[in-house]
Design a protein around this ligand. Sequence first.
Ligand code: DQA
Length: 143
Amino acid sequence: MDKVFLINGPNLNLLGMREPEIYGKTSLSRIVKIVKGLARQKGVKLKSYQSNHEGRIIDRIQSLTNKGFKGLIINPGAYTHYSYAIRDAIKASGLKTVEIHLSDIEKREEFRKVSVIKDVCAAQIKGLGPEGYVKALEILLDS
Ligand code: DQA
């Protein structure tokens, strides 16, 4: 069975409670359940991890190398905008990676318009809310 990995970064554990006017009312556990269900339907096992810590996210990305994962979906939260270390880890992993954001980062504050991981990812999904995770999985499996 193919395997894919989903990583959510800082503050995404608060989804549903955190700024619902921006991020919606759906909890992270609900989103993960939905995406896992879709993955299962497609014959793929989805494993998921959330951390508020940059180093732990990097450790997890490193641990995926050569473990037979078909790809990685990642919402790095605010690390998106400045973590060259996460960018380097994605690149070093060699994994096909899809970047996902619930909100449309292009239409928010200036600092959010920059993604330092965008060009090491196969695609960037933004502004679709929880549905974006489903789309990210479809893109990841589409090859
Ligand atoms: C986010 C956008 C980031 O700018 C923010 O720091 C987040 C969530 C999103 O999913 O829209 O934590 O990645």
